[in-house]
Design a protein around this ligand. Structure first.
Ligand SMILES: Cc1cc2nc3c(=O)[nH]c(=O)nc-3n(C[C@H](O)[C@H](O)[C@H](O)COP(=O)(O)OP(=O)(O)OC[C@H]3O[C@@H](n4cnc5c(N)ncnc54)[C@H](O)[C@@H]3O)c2cc1C
Length: 409
């Protein structure tokens, strides 16, 4: 068996792990990062890059969007949102870009197959020992260090380290070791997504589309535009309500595409590309314990998906950024106990508090709230349109100009 020693090991190189690695390298901190897959690899997702994802990309390199994304054939710049109310009414909201905003779209869409590969190519091999095709299969911890056993390119390995970062997604092996991988249906969502081509009536501004079906609270169907006339199409719902309303995700998804009057006409001449695939969304409202003696969690392993929107890529990247600062602090203190990470959860959860309160209120008291808001209030009228478009402008400012502040103490 091959033994590899490193102070820090990151398990997983999705957006959470890759970002943790990239930001550790920027701080000059050596580490090992492993992923069970070789990149590029598939990941079930809506493929939408929100303002948080763009903000983090700008933290990696302030010119990355202008120089690498805008003309990249795998990325589509999206200039806004389309909401489709339960009665089928469509409302379009997009950025009326000022001259300075011409190269600053509020969103992008990129298949995770390509995006995660793009991101892992930013891992700095001067600081990171990046092992792909390396699956961690067992974890033990003694009083001194962690021993992570696994298979790396058919060879048995053991990684010995002082700090483990669990960035290994919803099925995290570190969570299992910590006995924390329990699914709480109030803070978890189910979903299914499929790629399509030829969906009709897409907007020229490549809007991210959300449809809120009648009588299915806290759920939405999405259509996100991809390059070459393709689209990422999916449906997701909070698990607790999916059980209550006896929703079978695949059947519901199929039903909307085939027979929902608000949507089906757009799929008349469209063709699916590949199968519909399902995956779960661990929501930030769970407020998982995300740090302890010699360990930190980031991204989906930390249950970091925005409960109202289902977005998790940007949150995964932000937790990676914050984790890197805390790891630097732990190294300076020569202390990897939970004392060094005591404020990690405060710095992470402060970004979610309003959203979590709103989500819990909706789920516990009025689950149809979102659908009602969309049905009655979100329209392209002279009051609502400027409010939403101002919000999009603010997202752009945050994404392109605002640094994420981390307070260690
Ligand atoms: C249907 C669906 C639609 C979504 N749509 C969006 C969207 O449009 N926008 C958005 O922002 N978010 C979306 N999300 C959420 C988003 O996909 C996740 O939040 C995001 O992938 C989290 O990134 P991560 O790095 O934490 O985990 P992952 O992306 O899951 O990466 C985990 C990595 O860990 C590796 N790994 C796992 N176990 C091991 C092991 N034992 N050893 C080594 N490596 C291991 C895996 O190979 C993987 O590469 C969606 C999720 C779903 C399910």
């Amino acid at each position: 068996m091959k033994i590899i020693k490193s102070l820090i090991c990151i398990i997983g190189a999705g957006p959470a792990g890759a970002s943790t690695s990239i930001f550790l390298s920027k701080l000059g901190i050596e580490h090992i990062i492993v992923d069970a897959a070789t990149f590029p690899r598939n990941k079930v997702c809506g493929d939408g890059l929100d303002n948080k994802s763009l903000r983090m990309l700008n933290h990696i390199d302030p010119n990355i969007i202008q120089n690498e994304l805008l003309n990249h054939p795998d990325f589509v710049a999206s200039w806004g949102l389309r909401s489709i109310a339960p009665n089928g009414r469509m409302s379009n909201f997009f950025l009326n870009a000022s001259p300075e905003e011409q190269n600053k779209p509020p969103f992008f869409v990129c298949k995770r197959f390509n995006f995660d590969d793009f991101l892992v190519k930013k891992i700095n091999h001067n600081y990171a020992n990046f092992l792909t095709n390396t699956k961690i299969t067992d974890i033990v911890k003694d009083s001194v260090e962690w021993k992570l056993s696994g298979i790396s390119n058919k060879e048995e390995i053991q990684i010995e380290c002082k700090l483990v970062v669990g960035a290994d997604g919803d099925h995290s092996i570190l969570l299992k070791y910590l006995n924390e991988r329990k699914i709480d249906r109030s803070n978890y969502a189910g979903s299914v997504r499929q790629y399509w081509e030829g969906v009709g009536n897409m907007h020229e501004k490549k809007l991210l589309e959300f449809y809120f079906p009648k009588n299915l609270p806290m759920s939405y169907f999405w259509i996100f535009p991809l390059p070459n006339g393709a689209a990422n199409v999916g449906y997701g719902m909070v698990s607790k309500l999916a059980v209550k309303h006896k929703v079978n995700f695949r059947n519901q998804f199929q039903k909307i595409i085939e027979s929902d009057p608000a949507i089906a006409y757009r799929f008349k001449n469209a063709k699916p590309i590949g199968e519909a695939e399902g995956w779960g969304l661990p929501l930030a409202s769970l407020k998982r314990n995300i740090a302890g003696d010699g360990w930190l969690l980031t991204g989906d392993a930390a249950s970091m998906i925005s409960p109202t929107s289902g977005e998790g890529i940007g949150n995964a990247m932000i937790t990676g950024y914050i984790a890197a600062q805390f790891i630097q602090h732990a190294i300076q203190q020569k202390n990897f106990t939970k004392q060094s990470f005591a404020n990690y959860d405060r710095e992470v959860y402060k970004r979610f508090s309003e959203e979590i309160n709103y989500y819990k209120f909706s789920l516990n008291y009025y689950p149809s709230l979102i659908n009602h808001i969309y049905r009655y209030f979100i329209t392209e009228n002279f009051i609502v349109k400027p409010v939403i478009e101002k919000k999009i402008k603010q997202w752009v400012q945050t994404a392109y100009e605002k640094k994420v502040e981390v307070n260690i103490n």
